[in-house]
Design a protein around this ligand. Structure first.
Ligand code: NAD
Length: 473
């Protein structure tokens, strides 16, 4: 596939192979963008903004509705691309593609709700004769940088609201999974998005990242990815708005009064969805000691039923990690934890990029699987017996995206909801639950700002005050 610069699909001699991690076959190639491409993307996006900022809300919404319809018609095609270039099974990929339809449709709906307010100028002496309001205007060129693990829907979470707001966008998709993103852009153009409203530059973040991120023509960076890249981007960005959706080490408390079956099934799915490469994937299970043994037995039993393998087979439940190197990384982390005293309850085996669903207990506090984001199909069980201590344990690490608690008691649920430091608390769900229109984002190292279409639109627009001084009234 090619990249889109100044309204043209262009190729370069230097290319990057897009590889299916299951069998290492090369699915396609994309050009490796260079500094000149960065400049062309930036200058074209500035021109594009002159067009998009004058488009009516109706036109913006119609393009998005049409694009959502086209994705819906081609759902299987999108799902197959997601499954081939990434880690997801075909069933996980179908779910992502249908969520993308929802994300783009909801962006169209929210375009119609970009509202302002009148301002009570006379609420302070000196304002008596003034009348006015504020409205929200598009921020300008948005740089969207996206990760590999949801290669379609997380791109839609940036392009949908950016277009709805009247911005132009430069998209830098994940180096390893650019195809779903490019396909989405093709659909947006087919739906009528004007030339130069969008640029797609493919390539290595380490090479084209700095000149894009630091350029003053970019007015907002909307980044989803890891903390290290996030810190680097923040250090280079200069004065512009930054939205950051970063990693986590999601804790879920399973209290003694939990619905056991629900908790086990939700937490197993939440631990191993997309081979654990999921920003809200369950990493730390804090289980009440009275039900610990039963929960552990059932959790491990269900984990052992996981059928892993070919992503395109209907009955495969979990695919490979994104690269063999990533699988080697987690193999090492698990081995180190076991050497430090952790007990392996199941899993722990690697074959190429495939890493078995893995469950650990007695994980020492200095093990990376405890204190780093694992982003892999491995989960830790901990025993707890005091709610305050469990909440403190959940809050003890430097992330805070989503947290979960399984309980039937309202007071326990409310206490957890108010005291867990994070962007959202799921009660009787694992952390792996997200509605695309809810405010989504984290605290601490999990990020800055919120996505979720209405909330992204707030971030991607600026309020402008209009004040009339009317001495004659
Ligand atoms: P990553 O940080 O390696 O890469 C993300 C994107 O940033 C890619 O497009 C990459 O090419 C680009 N990039 C890397 N260095 C850059 C630089 N210096 N300048 C500009 N761009 C640069 O992340 P990944 O491995 O693709 O994704 C996994 C991470 O993403 C995990 O930490 C996960 O938790 C996080 N994530 C967060 C959310 C969320 O909504 N909070 C969602 C999905 C993934």
């Amino acid at each position: 596939m090619k990249m889109l610069l100044n309204g043209q699909w262009v190729d370069r001699d230097k290319k990057i192979d897009v590889i299916d991690p299951f069998d290492n076959s090369v699915i396609d190639t994309v050009p490796a963008g260079n500094d000149k491409d960065v400049e062309l993307a930036l200058s074209s996006a500035v021109q594009g903004f002159q067009i998009t900022k004058r488009m009516t809300v109706y036109d913006r919404a119609q393009i998005l509705y049409k694009a959502a319809g086209l994705i819906s018609e081609r759902l299987e095609e999108f799902a197959t691309i997601i499954a081939r270039e990434g880690s997801k099974t075909i069933n996980e990929a179908r779910k992502e593609a249908s969520r993308c339809v929802n994300t783009i449709t909801c962006s169209a709906e929210e375009a119609k709700r970009i509202l302002g307010e009148t301002i009570p100028w006379d609420s302070f002496p000196g304002g008596e004769k003034r009348k006015g309001f504020y409205y929200r205007f598009p921020i300008g060129v948005v740089l969207a940088i996206t990760p590999f693990n949801d290669p379609l829907n997380l791109v839609a979470h940036k392009l949908g609201p950016a277009i709805a707001a009247g911005n132009s966008v430069i998209l830098k998709p994940a180096t390893v999974t650019p195809l779903s993103a490019i396909k989405l852009v093709e659909v947006l153009l087919e739906a009528g998005l004007p030339e130069n409203a969008i640029q797609v530059i493919t390539g290595y973040g380490s090479k084209i990242g700095d000149p894009l991120v630091s350029d003053e023509r970019v007015r907002m960076i909307s980044f989803t990815g890891g903390v290290e890249a996030g810190k680097h981007i923040a250090s280079k960005a200069g004065i512009k708005k930054i939205g950051m959706e970063l990693g986590s080490d999601s804790p879920v408390i399973v209290w003694k009064d939990a619905d056991m079956q629900l908790a086990v099934e939700s937490c197993v799915s939440g631990s191993f969805w997309a081979a654990g490469q999921n920003c809200i994937g369950v990493q730390r299970l804090l289980v009440h000691k009275e039900i610990y043994d039963e929960f552990k037995t059932k959790f491990v039993e269900l984990t052992k039923t996981y059928k892993i393998g070919d992503k395109l087979k209907e009955d495969t439940m979990m695919g490979p990690m994104i690269t063999e190197n990533e699988a080697k990384r987690i193999e090492q982390w698990v081995n180190d934890a076991v050497a430090g005293g952790a007990k392996l309850l199941t899993g722990g085996k690697r074959d190429g990029a495939m890493y078995d669903p893995t469950v650990l207990e007695n994980v020492p506090a200095d093990a990376k699987v405890h204190y780093e984001e694992v982003f892999a199909p491995t989960v830790n069980l901990y025993q707890v017996d005091d709610l305050d201590k469990a909440i403190a344990q959940a809050n003890a690490l430097p992330y805070g995206l989503l947290a979960g608690i399984f309980t039937r008691d309202l007071e326990t649920a409310f206490k957890a909801a108010y005291e867990l430091d994070c962007g959202g608390v799921m009660i009787n769900d694992s952390t792996d639950y997200r509605l695309d229109s809810m405010p989504f984002g984290g605290v601490k190292y999990s990020g800055l700002g919120r996505e979720g279409l209405k909330f992204s639109l707030q971030e991607m627009t600026e309020p402008k005050v209009v004040c009339f001084n009317l001495p004659g009234i």
